[in-house]
Design a protein around this ligand. Structure first.
Ligand SMILES: Nc1nc2c(c(=O)[nH]1)N[C@H]1C(S)=C(S)[C@@H](COP(=O)(O)OP(=O)(O)OC[C@H]3O[C@@H](n4cnc5c(=O)[nH]c(N)nc54)[C@H](O)[C@@H]3O)O[C@H]1N2
Ligand SMILES: Nc1nc2c(c(=O)[nH]1)N[C@H]1C(S)=C(S)[C@@H](COP(=O)(O)OP(=O)(O)OC[C@H]3O[C@@H](n4cnc5c(=O)[nH]c(N)nc54)[C@H](O)[C@@H]3O)O[C@H]1N2
Ligand code: SF4
Ligand SMILES: [Mo]
Length: 774
């Protein structure tokens, strides 16, 4: 698509630019990159091309305008069914993230504490030789890669093929372990398959939206705007069930606060109500579900080498019913802080056969030491009522990152996974080995380290080499000090691929400058199984190279030329075509490369030229058995599992010394560690630094007003940080909230590295903290 800008349009453009300077944050149109504006020489052609947004897992389609080799404009893609032309502030400003003044342009090698510029050749040679010598000295499992849900699909695929297939170690992890692994194990345990069943179209059909501890107004803004739009059109209801009052609670029809961790009990109380009020959909449950219980008192993973193996047992509805006697609304109300009336209110929507309910969740239930259980419990409610896999009846696990689903779930960049399979399964290993062109013996049948354990292994010296790509763990790991110290130990070699200097590049031995987003070709996969392709639109700065090609270069230096024999011009297409083979079949098929190039995205399973919107429902999903009605084909018997999962307390709860709960999370303006959004002037100015939110009553008692410095102390560390009262969000009494975008106020020095024993996902939402005026 090409448009010629004439003189009049040029003036219009300039007028828009000055309007942007004042009203930029919410400007719903075209934004121009700042330095391009300054030097807008010549009025050339603006060429528009589609891409998925760089930021969140909603996966909005954007159109990017380039001119004279630079990205100069962004608008929402009206042809994308995800966002229908709309974007949020991060989307509209996304291209500015390419043009921060301190972009990394050359490799840097740490020589005795000083970073020295090097050529790409020298840096790549050093990395490969270091990897080889580490493997020789300490074995295959001493080298690792730690990647990201912001990896493109080809990045993650190349990493998995190199480490799992060629080198022969399962030391492949991604930051999505911190983000959606409880969602993964939730799917696996309830449905036997790690796959979302619903899609965004559910929003157009549901009557009630239950948010189970997520802040959609700030974190999935465009999707939330679709829900708000339905409220205008159809009067749907939004219920926000959360530990803190957020922008989402303020926009909801009903905001219900609960005490941290007690969501487990409230979900069980809803099930109690459904069963005891005769609201179970027996024809659905009898045909499509079984009941199970697993081990309890699993611990919290606080010790090194912690392991847990569940031992599920079949149970019947009667014994499940008996178990639920501990979760009457009256009993649960006593410790959850939720009134009996509100518990019954929540249950009533799920109970009503004429109400279509969409449950949505993200980090509240996932970053939870019983995260897998929380996911199971939400599915229980939908399964008991048969409200699943039909338009508008949808338990919907939101992903956070632009390709958490695409690159972590689907490519399988976690220690136990393969692209479409698990390392523990012989057939899966054989299948992958064949496509990868490696002997099957290369692929180890044993998972090694999940993320927290991988950093613990680095600390102990079991891991000696770590390559970190598209993630900033020196800001985002819990109990950060231990793991930062680990990276600095003698005999550890850390490679960091990034686009800007960060606290993680600071601890690197080699820094590789990466080509970012539309500076290279790639694909992301969003929350609703939509794979979206983007072309390279502009050149990367200096010697910056895509993460995929960095991996190819290293693989070749390691002696895997044959497996990485891709052509530089067409390698993304070649890799994608190879990757697609892993998913062939009605259950997972991915759209062909050419289709992805032409469309704003396609959902898998892509069967007979069409996206599958609802899975496990015979009406929509061609993989279901004929006559089954519903077929949860992830399990051999085609049935989904309703799990008996108790309430268990958090590992660290407030006490006399540390009397408050500390919760951490995000704000709309910033992306995670702020490395990109803090370089976008408008976003940085709108939210220049971090803060601690206090409940107004606590603030008053402590004599703290907005802007006062507050000292926060946990058993692991302390920070001093300005207070914010009644600004963005309001925590409940005796709770505080701190966002983690600010590398100058590292809240993760205070958080706890406890995790869900099944998913190994850490709980960043709960630990005990002392709060004092500084
Ligand atoms: N602007 C912006 N958007 C983003 C991101 C970003 O960095 N910036 N990141 C993306 C990513 S990767 C992610 S993972 C998502 C995160 O999206 P969200 O999960 O929506 O956001 P968070 O701020 O991490 O989590 C806040 C929520 O945790 C809930 N919570 C706290 N304790 C508990 C508990 O015990 N149980 C339950 N059920 N809930 C609890 C609180 O009620 C609160 O609403 O956002 C994505 N979108
Ligand atoms: N306290 C607390 N901590 C948390 C969470 C929380 O709720 N509370 N949430 C957790 C969750 S859900 C998540 S998803 C993680 C996110 O944690 P991280 O992934 O560590 O955070 P990001 O800021 O997204 O890091 C991405 C990095 O990639 C760089 N980058 C951008 N584009 C490219 C590229 O194309 N190539 C390369 N090589 N680099 C690039 C960016 O500059 C940035 O440094 O944080 C986790 N940590
Ligand atoms: S909602 Fe997410 S995907 Fe859409 S524009 Fe905003 S950050 Fe980008
Ligand atoms: Mo995340």
């Amino acid at each position: 698509m090409k448009t010629t800008t004439n003189r009049r349009e040029f003036l219009k453009k300039m007028a828009m630019v000055s309007a942007m300077a004042t009203a930029a944050t919410m400007f719903p149109g075209i934004i121009f990159a700042e330095d391009q504006v300054a030097g807008l020489e010549g009025i050339g052609d603006v060429e528009w091309k589609k891409a998925p947004c760089r930021f969140c897992g909603v996966g909005c389609g954007v159109l990017i305008g380039t001119e004279n080799g630079k990205a100069v404009a962004v608008k929402g893609d009206p042809a994308s069914s995800v966002n229908k032309g709309l974007c949020c502030v991060k989307g509209y400003h996304s291209i500015m993230a390419l043009y921060g003044k301190d972009r990394l342009k050359k490799p840097l090698i740490n020589k005795n504490g000083t970073f020295v510029e090097a050529s790409m050749e020298e840096a790549l040679d050093l990395i490969a030789s270091k990897m080889k010598s580490t493997i020789e000295e300490y074995g295959k499992d001493s080298v690792s890669i730690y990647g990201s849900g912001q990896w493109t699909i080809p990045d993650g695929y190349a990493a998995s093929k190199l480490f799992k297939g060629c080198i022969g170690t399962n030391n492949v992890e991604a930051n999505a372990r911190l983000c959606m692994s409880s969602a993964v194990t939730g799917f696996m345990t309830s449905f036997g398959i790690d796959e979302p069943m619903g899609c965004y179209d559910d929003i157009d059909h549901a009557n009630v939206f239950f948010l189970w501890g997520n802040n959609m107004a700030e974190m999935h803004p465009v999707l939330f705007s679709r829900i708000l739009d339905q409220r205008l059109k159809r009067g749907v209801k939004i219920v926000d069930f959360a530990t803190r009052t957020t922008r989402t609670s303020m926009a909801a029809d009903k905001s219900i606060l609960f005490n941290p961790q007690t969501d487990l009990a409230v979900a069980n109380a809803i099930c109690y109500e459904l069963i005891n009020k005769g609201r179970v959909n027996h024809s659905f449950v009898d045909k499509h579900c079984v009941f199970k219980k697993g081990k309890v008192d699993m611990g919290y993973g606080l010790e090194d080498n912690y392991s847990f193996k569940d031992e599920p047992e079949l149970i019947d509805l009667e014994s499940y019913k008996e178990f639920l006697e501990d979760y009457t609304p009256e009993k649960v109300s006593k410790y959850s802080g939720v009134s009996v009336k509100d518990i019954k209110y929540m249950a009533s929507y799920y109970a009503d056969p004429n109400t279509k309910v969409m449950s949505l969740w993200c980090m509240g239930p996932n970053q939870h030491t019983r995260g897998t259980w929380m996911n199971n419990l939400i599915y229980n409610i939908h399964l008991l009522t048969g409200k699943i896999s039909t338009p508008g009846n949808s338990p919907f696990s939101l992903t956070g990152q632009p390709s958490a689903c695409g690159t972590v779930r689907e490519v399988g960049t976690l220690t136990h996974k393969l692209p479409h399979g698990v390392v523990t399964n012989k057939e899966h290993r054989e299948f992958a080995a064949e496509i990868w062109g490696v002997p099957v013996e290369n692929i180890s049948p044993k998972p090694t380290y999940h993320t927290v354990e991988m950093f613990r292994a680095l600390d102990r010296g079991d891991v000696r080499f770590m390559w970190i790509q598209v993630t900033n763990p020196m800001v985002t790991m819990p109990k950060l000090k231990r793991y930062r110290d680990a990276t600095k130990k003698e005999g550890r070699f850390i490679v960091v691929s990034d686009v800007y200097p960060t606290p993680t590049t600071e601890i690197a031995d080699v820094i590789l400058p990466s080509a970012m987003w539309i500076e290279r070709e790639g694909m992301y996969g969003n929350s609703e199984r939509r794979t979206q392709h983007f072309d390279q639109m502009v050149a990367p700065p200096g010697e910056a190279m895509s993460d995929t090609w960095q991996l190819v270069e290293i693989a070749r230096r390691m002696g895997f030329e044959k497996q990485f024999n891709y052509n530089k011009e067409t390698h993304i297409e070649e890799i994608y075509n190879e990757y697609r083979k892993h998913h062939a079949g009605k259950k997972h098929n991915m759209a062909p490369y050419e289709v992805l190039r032409e469309n704003p995205g396609m959902q898998w399973p892509y069967v007979d030229g069409e996206s599958t919107k609802w899975r496990f429902n015979e009406k929509y999903d061609p993989a279901c058995k004929e006559g089954s009605g519903f077929d949860f084909y992830g399990n051999p018997d085609g049935k989904a599992i309703i799990w008996q999962r108790p309430y268990e307390p958090a590992p660290e709860v407030p006490d006399e010394e540390y009397p408050y709960w500390l919760c951490t999370g995000r704000v709309v303006e910033h992306w995670h560690t702020g490395s990109m959004t803090r370089r976008i002037p408008v976003l940085h100015q709108a939210m220049p630094h971090s803060y601690v939110e206090l409940n107004p009553a606590d603030a008053k008692r402590l004599d703290i007003v907005t802007g006062d410095l507050v000292k926060l102390t946990t058993r692991r560390g302390e920070i001093t940080i300005p207070a914010a009262i009644n600004l963005r969000g309001v925590p409940a009494p005796m709770q505080v909230f701190v966002p983690f975008f600010d590398e100058n106020m590292l809240i993760n020095d205070l958080t706890l590295d406890a995790f869900c024993p099944i998913s190994k996902q850490p709980d960043y939402k709960k630990c005990a903290v002392k709060v004092e005026k500084a």
